[in-house]
Structure formats: structure tokens, C-alpha cells
Write a new protein. Structure first.
Length: 111
């Protein structure tokens, strides 16, 4: 199914999963819902999130993918954070990825 917010076809379970990623981005990093959705759209627009791809993605907690969407790890970094603040430690050297340009089609929600 298509929604107003996401630029990829998602079934009900995957839609809930993507919305959980939005909640993580908003809650953990203090960005707006519109920016969170734009970050997800930039990464996943047009992708097929079904079958094996869905199984691989949903194998991880939404926090894992949200961190990947928000941070650009330094070259000497350990693997991407899991979303567990106690396990992930200090992320102060991790660079924040810029959001997609405001005039891009990835912004499907208003601020």
C-alpha cells in the first residue's frame, strides 16, 4: 500500500515498522516528524521492502535503522549503534547526516 508519508509500497506490518523508525528519530534526536519521514524517504524511496528484504530489515530493531539514517559514522567507527544507549556509549564523534534538501520530493509532510 502507498501512504501520504512514505514513498515506497509498504504492507501493514512494514508501515508500522517505518512509523516506529519515525518515532525513534523524533524521540531520540529531537527532529520533526516531517524531517524524520524525509530522511526515510530519501533512503528508501522506490525500494522493494518485501519478502527477503523485509525479513532482513525487520530482523533489527527500528532504532538500528534510525541511527543509520541520522548518523554518518566516522571511518574508524565500530559498527552502527544498536539504539541501546548503554551499549552504544559515546556517539559524540559521529557526524549527523544533513536532512534532504527542503525542495526535494522526500518532504511529504509539512513541518
Amino acid at each position: 500500500m502507498r501512504t501520504e508519508e512514505f514513498l515506497t509500497r509498504l504492507d501493514g506490518e512494514t508501515l508500522d515498522y517505518f512509523r516506529e523508525m519515525v518515532d525513534v528519530l523524533v524521540g531520540y534526536f529531537g527532529i520533526s516528524r516531517a524531517e524524520a519521514v524525509a530522511r526515510i524517504n530519501e533512503r528508501y524511496a522506490g525500494e522493494d521492502i518485501s519478502g527477503m528484504n523485509q525479513d532482513l530489515m525487520c530482523h533489527e530493531f527500528p532504532e538500528y535503522w534510525a541511527y543509520h539514517l541520522y548518523f554518518k559514522p566516522p571511518l574508524d567507527a565500530r559498527p552502527l549503534p544498536s539504539g541501546d544507549p548503554e551499549a552504544d556509549g559515546d556517539l559524540s564523534k559521529w557526524e549527523v547526516r544533513p536532512p534532504p534538501p527542503r525542495d526535494s520530493p522526500f518532504w511529504t509532510l509539512k513541518e
